[in-house]
Design a protein around this ligand. Structure first.
Ligand code: UDP
Ligand code: MG
Length: 316
């Protein structure tokens, strides 16, 4: 049994060597072969230096791929999955928020025949507002979107070779992994672990990035939001028709009275806003089509120590 650990790293110089030490300590205790696949996602600090050093220290078990610029964590995970040769792959963050000692538990569940083993973190220690917003968000997404996204479920998981190959067979440019994991299906099991704080360094998620990520989740999987737009439009037309009938009726019975321009302004502003939102929504889908049709690679590689024969990725 050979296990690959895929680790996307972006500006993780403060914690990467500590991570490497801890993960090796956990893996050396297990009766398996392993390899570590690090992906440097265009870090502007010394992360790549550290990776070169680690690769020189442990040549048999360390591979790294370094991108020409920051392509985002999704691209990093994709590169790592392509590079991984193991019978199973564990996706992990470099910041020690994903405890290496849980891998043993994951392998146990994998041995029992599960293809995806998900470690779900509790939200302890998160800011109250952030976790409340997250919870609301997941409720909304699960209502609208075909795939199921669970609160607290991140990218920390074990995937069997079959599941990895399934993920790699999805050709889309816009990759929303949380949804893709759920879309591919297979025998999935989840267990909980206590939330841990970052080992060192700081989170790469700013509020704006989170907002964009949330939007991706809503529209990456189907066109139900567009459907909602149609129903909303129909409902508004219905309300307007009723209101018009009522006003006409009142005018016929009582004669014309109040001018009602407040109603007019509210209607114009409200409908104008709604149209902008719906146009933006349509634009989002068209934008996605635009990116998909360009068929650009997900990432470009600047440097790697991986042997050429195993290159399956674009851009090498
Ligand atoms: N990461 C990456 N590319 C990016 C942003 C983040 O590869 O553009 C990596 C990062 O190095 C870490 C993981 O993704 O290993 C999770 O990032 P972070 O800890 O900042 O996110 P959080 O845990 O706060 O959700
Ligand atoms: Mg983190």
């Amino acid at each position: 049994m050979r296990l690959s650990i895929v680790v996307p790293c972006f500006n993780e110089e403060a914690v990467i060597e500590l991570f490497d030490e801890e993960i090796r300590r956990s893996l050396d205790d297990l009766p398996i072969d392993y390899e570590l696949c690090y992906v440097d996602d265009g870090s502007s600090d010394d992360t790549l230096e550290h990776l070169r050093k680690l690769a020189a220290q442990h040549p048999g078990t360390t591979r790294y791929v370094s991108f020409s610029r920051n392509f985002g964590k999704e691209a990093g995970m994709l590169a790592g999955l392509r590079e991984a040769t193991g019978d199973a792959v564990v996706l992990m963050d470099a910041d020690l928020q994903h405890p290496p000692e849980l891998i043993e538990r994951m392998l146990e569940l994998y041995d029992r025949g599960h293809d995806q083993v998900i470690a779900r973190r509790t939200r302890e220690g998160d800011k109250a507002v952030r976790s409340a917003v997250s919870r609301l968000y997941y409720r909304a997404v699960n209502k609208w979107v075909d795939v199921e996204l669970k609160d607290g479920v991140g990218d920390f998981r074990l995937l069997s070779r079959q599941a990895v190959d399934a993920l790699l067979s999805l050709p889309e440019y816009n990759r929303f992994s949380k949804g893709l994991f759920s879309w591919i299906g297979f025998d999935t099991v989840t267990f909980d672990y206590e939330n841990v704080a970052r080992g060192a360094g700081e989170t790469k998620w700013r509020f704006g990035a989170l907002l964009n990520y949330g939007m991706d989740g809503l529209i990456s999987f189907n066109n139900r939001p567009l459907r909602i737009a149609i129903y909303l439009g129909l409902a508004l037309v219905g309300v307007a028709a009723l209101y018009a009938a009522w006003i006409t009726g009142v005018a016929i019975v009582d004669g014309i009275d109040s001018p009602g321009y407040v109603t007019l302004i509210v209607a114009i502003v409200g409908l104008g806003g709604l149209q902008m939102v719906m146009l933006g929504l349509i634009g989002e889908y068209i934008g996605r089509i635009y990116y998909e049709t360009k068929r650009r690679p997900h990432f470009l590689v600047k440097e790697t120590n991986a042997p050429r024969a195993t290159f399956r990725a674009e851009g090498y």
